[in-house]
Design a protein around this ligand. Structure first.
Ligand SMILES: *Cc1c(COP(=O)(O)O)cnc(C)c1O
Length: 379
């Protein structure tokens, strides 16, 4: 049947599950048999495998990607007056983690091509934070939609002001920057295993990556209520943020097919790029980078009309993100650079993410492309 009118998934997790369902069932059965549900042998095994996959010395799993950011900040000895620089155009968790710790998220504008931190806006924000009496402490760089940040400029700025670089790689597990997988760049890197992320489990999960042994030991303690030498020794205040064995065993199975999925997603992105580059702004990757394609996001005019048209044609799309963080009611008391975040505001009106997964069928993609072309022919 070539009629995909009712069954295009925005992210096709069903086909992936069908492919590895029996392996996953066997792995879950093993956990049920040994009964070590929290931090069982699968968790240690997964941490080792993730370290190998990303070529990073230490991996600390945790309960979700938001906790991963909180734990990473806590490990960097943050204090109340610390400014934490975050892009305004990202998912709320990036700013929520510093805010909930009592720190000061400072909103920075993004680059219109990469969707990631704009170095000029960043530098400006750092200078302003010093002027208003804050202590510039951590830059959180988000690799939005899977697109690695151009770190040359960002790293120079971090060095100049002696600020730590934390990478929120919730959307970029599997991406690479100059042949380095995420986790090997920056002081500390976090990711999420929420089901719809490039690497997702069947519940919540997250991980933190670092090459710094002292930091990794601290993180291991922080995720276990700040435990010390033994279970009831607590030299620091921590969190309850553990990964469970069932989620770990699912990620282990998914890792086996992940590289192949990344290749397939790149082919789908290539096809979108080729077909759509003349009618809209397609995503641009930085030089020597690969993307995990958490989202395939284009920038268009008449965005809301296009979305409505595609909906009528049973093509699911999503808007990531409709409101920049510096404009969110709950965050209005936090500082933003005096230059504002005009790119974030413009992107929030122009972006639309198209169905993307390694399992997007050829005919389905053709239909999506044709309907976008049809819309702009008619409008
Ligand atoms: C999903 C996401 C998070 C949070 O991950 P959870 O596992 O849902 O807590 C953080 N940052 C970004 C950029 C995300 O996309």
């Amino acid at each position: 049947m070539s009629d995909y009118s009712s069954n295009i998934d925005f992210i096709d997790l069903k086909s992936q599950q069908a492919l590895i369902r029996s392996e996953i069932e066997q792995a879950i059965t093993k956990v049920l048999d040994h009964g070590n549900y929290i931090m069982g042998p699968e968790v240690k095994d997964l941490e080792k495998k993730l370290g190998k996959f990303c070529n990073v010395d230490h991996v600390i799993s945790c309960a979700n990607g938001t906790d991963a950011i909180s734990l990473a900040l806590m490990s960097l000895d943050v204090k109340k007056n610390d400014a934490i620089f975050v892009p305004s155009f990202t998912y709320i968790a990036t700013a929520e983690a510093p805010a909930i710790l009592g720190l000061k998220p400072f909103f920075v504008d993004v680059d219109k091509d990469s969707f990631n931190l704009c170095p000029i806006s960043l530098k400006n924000a750092i200078e302003e934070s010093i002027k208003i009496g804050l202590n510039p402490k951590v830059i959180i760089s988000v690799e939005l939609f899977g697109n690695p940040t151009d770190y040359a400029a960002i790293k120079d700025i971090a060095k100049e002001y002696d600020i730590k670089l934390l990478i929120d790689a919730a959307q970029s597990f599997g991406s690479s920057y100059k042949k380095n997988m995420i986790g090997s760049i920056g002081d500390i890197v976090t990711t999420s295993f929420f089901p719809a992320k490039p690497m997702g489990c069947y519940g919540d999960g997250g991980a933190i990556f670092t090459n710094n042994k002292a930091l990794s030991q601290k993180l291991d303690s922080l995720r276990l209520h700040g435990r010390g030498e033994h279970k009831y020794d607590h030299p620091r205040i921590g969190m309850n943020s553990r990964l469970d064995s069932i989620q770990a065993c699912i990620i282990i199975e998914k890792l086996k097919i992940f590289k192949n999925e990344l290749k397939k997603k790149q082919l789908i992105a290539d096809k979108y790029n080729h077909e759509l580059s003349e009618i809209c702004k397609v995503p641009i990757l930085n030089k020597d980078c690969t993307s995990s394609w958490a989202q395939y996001t284009i920038q268009v005019d008449k965005r809301d009309e296009l979305k409505a048209h595609l909906e009528r044609m049973n093509i699911p799309t999503a808007i990531y993100y409709p409101i920049p963080l510096h404009m969110q009611e709950g965050y209005k008391d936090y500082p933003t650079s005096k230059l504002g975040c005009p790119n974030s505001e413009e992107l929030s009106k122009k972006v639309i993410s198209l169905p993307m997964s390694a399992y997007l069928a050829h005919d389905a993609q053709k239909k999506i492309i044709n309907e976008i072309k049809n819309f702009y022919l008619m409008n």
